[in-house]
Design a protein around this ligand. Structure first.
Ligand code: GLA
Length: 353
């Protein structure tokens, strides 16, 4: 694998990194001003940054073995470079002067598994730029700029979950976040439990069109209720007055927010697991963002001894599942579950466990 020096013939000035995330509860709630509960995963993205010797930016991805060069007034690139370039552009929009740069990217966060590889790249890039240029940005501002880069330059109308998780979460705790106020609490995992993450091997398809459509449906439901966002509704029964599919979409968001809030009571691993199972059923039946392979993997995990609960994680339409399991048994449970899942003809992959 190439390194910065081999590509750019000089040593970098700074290095920075940021992790991927897995969301334990609170899916598709962030763009409804709701509650989320992510944790960081060990996989992370690293950037090395130095000044460019000419007037162009040079971005290199070690994973893709691809270099992209961009001059001062050239349009936004595609692929990995649009996230890096997007971060530079949002900083420029907020008044910072960014010199031409060499940026070397290397990542262990799988792409397309719903574990926020793009947020990890954005947060790592922004952290690197903060330290290279001594920018006065706190970790929340970094998350907000990353989200702006994603919306403006990657075309996904995402919420703030991924970037806040990458910027503020660690692998030892859960991060409870109110996405409206950005109030947050660092919580311990339920006692006697750890997490397992398995990629279904099914690439996400229709993710951005399906995502943007769900978001529009939620906004329509909020409009019909006369509230700013679905976060302002807590009784799922009121959705009965809405036409389908808006009724189901709203019901998912309202019940999901309620599930996240229950965690603040300091619940047991068993209760937490039940909430995860209910979250999966809601994502599958009401929000309709699961696919058959994810349902099979979740089903296998839910029926494996030692598992408290399991669900799809991330936007859905493919990607990974997360399970809460008995402490110390993650490795065995993940192996068992994966073997069973692969026997159905899939190519899953253990990411945590
Ligand atoms: C994607 C988005 C997040 C969030 C999740 C679903 O990861 O980027 O903002 O909406 O989907 O919970």
């Amino acid at each position: 694998m190439m390194d910065y020096i081999q590509i750019f013939n000089a040593a970098p000035d700074v290095e920075a990194s940021a992790p991927g995330r897995v969301n334990l509860l609170g899916e598709h709630t962030d763009y409804n001003d709701g509650f989320v509960l992510p944790t960081a995963i060990p996989q992370h993205t690293t950037v090395a940054i130095g000044r460019s010797p000419n007037d162009r930016h040079h971005f290199y991805s070690a994973n893709l073995e691809e270099q992209v060069d961009i001059g001062p007034s050239e349009s936004t690139p595609t692929g990995f470079a649009r996230y890096v370039d997007g971060c530079i552009r949002v900083l420029e929009q907020s008044g910072h002067k960014i010199p031409p740069l060499n940026i070397f990217v290397n990542s262990s966060v799988p792409i397309g598994s719903g574990l926020s590889s793009s947020a990890a790249l954005e947060v790592a890039t922004l952290r690197g730029l903060r330290s290279l240029l001594n920018l006065n940005l706190d970790d929340v501002k970094i998350a907000q700029l990353g989200q702006q880069a994603e919306i403006q330059y990657a075309g996904v109308s995402c919420g703030i979950l991924d970037q806040m998780a990458s910027s503020l979460a660690d692998t030892e705790h859960m991060l409870f976040l109110d996405t409206r106020t950005l109030d947050r609490k660092i919580l311990p995992f339920p006692e006697g439990a750890e997490i397992v993450v398995i990629d279904s091997g099914v690439a996400r398809s229709l993710a951005s069109s399906g995502y943007n459509q769900r978001r529009a449906e939620c906004e329509e439901a909020a409009r019909q209720f006369g509230v700013k966002a679905l976060r302002d509704v807590s009784n799922p029964q009121v959705t009965d007055s809405l036409p389908d599919p808006i009724r189901k979409r709203a019901r998912h968001v309202i019940t999901e927010n309620n599930r996240v809030l229950k965690v603040l009571d300091g619940i047991s691993a068993e209760t937490f697991g039940e909430l995860m199972n209910a979250s999966h059923a809601s994502l599958r039946d009401d929000y309709e963002v699961s696919v058959p392979a994810l349902d099979q993997l979740v089903d296998i995990l839910q029926n494996t001894p030692g598992v408290f609960g399991a669900r799809l994680t991330g936007a859905g339409f493919g990607g990974a599942c997360v399970a809460l399991v008995r402490l110390g048994e993650g490795k065995t449970i993940a192996q068992k579950g994966l073997t069973q899942y692969n026997q159905l003809g899939h190519k899953g992959l253990i990411l945590v466990g």
